[in-house]
Design a protein around this ligand. Sequence first.
Ligand SMILES: [Zn+2]
Ligand SMILES: [Zn+2]
Length: 279
Amino acid sequence: MLTVTTLASGSSGNAALVSCGRTHILLDAGISARRITTALKALGVPPQDLSAIVITHEHHDHVSGLGVLCKQIPAPVLASPATCRYLGDKLPQFRGRLQGQEPGTGVQLGEIWTESFSTPHDAAGSVGYSFSAEGRRLVLCTDLGYVTPEVKRAAEGCDLLICETNHDEDWVRTGPYPYYLKQRVLGDRGHLSNEAGAELAALAVESGARTVILAHLSSENNTPAHARAAVCRRLAAMGCDPERDICLAVAPRKETGPVYRLEEDGAAVAFALRGAALC
Ligand SMILES: [Zn+2]
Ligand SMILES: [Zn+2]
C-alpha cells in the first residue's frame, strides 16, 4: 500500500519517505544524511534499500543532506533538468547519478508511478510531485508562490495532499523581516500563505481527498494552530467538518511524523512510528 511519512518540514529542512511494497522513494534531502538514515531505520527501511531520491528544487532546505547521502547509498537522484544542472555543478562527483525528468512527465519507479509538475518558485526549475500506486494517489505541493492551473490539475482527485501553508500574510507584513524578504515570501515565486494553501486544500477535498497534511510552515510567521485554523475555516465554509469528514494534520517541523497509509477506499490511516494507529 502507498504510504507517506514526513521526516522534517519547514524552512529548516524538508524530507519525506514515500513507499509501496519494496519501493522506497526519498522526497527531498534537506536535513543531514545522518538524520535521514536514522529516520529511515526507525521506519524499518535500510537506507541502502532506497529506490530513488527525488528532489523538488535546489534550495538548501531541500538538498542540504544530499551530498553526504549520495556517498552512503547508491540510489539514483531525479529532479527537473534545470535542477539537475545546478546539482551537477554543486556535486560533480555524483553527476552520473542525476536523472533529469521534464516537469509534466511521469516515470515508473518500482511500484510507484512518479509524476512531476512545475511550481512557480524562485528556484531553477522547481516542481511538485504526484505518486500513484495500487489505485491511490498522493501529491506534494510546497514552495510555490501561487496555485497555477498545473498545480490545480495535480491536486484535483488525489487521495492525500501535502499542502504548503507557509505564513499568515499579515504576520509577514507587520513582522521583523527586511523589506526584500517580505517581498520574496509574499511574491508570485515565494510561498503559499495559509489562505492560499487553504484554497488548494479545499479544491483537493472537494474533488475527493480524505487527508490533508499542512507543510513547510514558517517558524516566524505562522504556528501549526494558526495554519490549521485557516484551513478549518475554509473547509467549514464548504460544509466539511475537518474533525469528522477528513484527516487534517500539520507535518512536524523537526521530527518524523506519523506513517500515513492509503487504504483501498482512499482514506488514510495514520500510524505512530511504533505501529500504534492514531486515527
Ligand atoms: Zn523550502
Ligand atoms: Zn524553496
